[in-house]
Design a protein around this ligand. Sequence first.
Ligand SMILES: [Cu+2]
Length: 182
Amino acid sequence: MSETKQLHRRQVLSGAGIVGLGAVLASCAPATAQQPAATSEYSANMMPGNVLPTPPTNTNAISVATATLQGNRLRVRGSYAGLSGPLRNYATDPVDPPNPRITSAVHIHQMAADPAAMPNGPFLFAMTVMMTNANSGTFTGDVTLTDAQRAALMAGNFYMDIHTTTNRAGEVRGPLTVIQGS
Ligand SMILES: [Cu+2]
């Protein structure tokens, strides 16, 4: 019996076989049949009270960001105001060990697998910051997510934060949550 016939017979005999065959057929779909990637919108409201493990009490800063996810491309824009002081300068005050990808103090992080044990998840992306003055400004980002990162964002496991010289571990923080699409 040919492999195809065996597969067909298993498909008839077994529900799991049908699922398996469906996966095989889906993976063979021609690339030309793909639809434009669906778009979804996210937002983050960053506040001092969300900073973990210890929210700063010396600031009333706020930051708002919106983000558009299309396929694996995530485009972000936002603004911040009321910082207690200058943004943390990672060139002169780096993390340990230094990470050359941390090019600004406005970040996207992914939640740790066990947030109770590790409230601050790993750094993923730094935004491009345009300072209005020492305490306020705007930022943008245009990044490509891995499939795993995209799944984490869609599961609500991304957050944004801003670090300052006074609050080096974070002055404001907020989750990136979906506001439109899925
Ligand atoms: Cu950060």
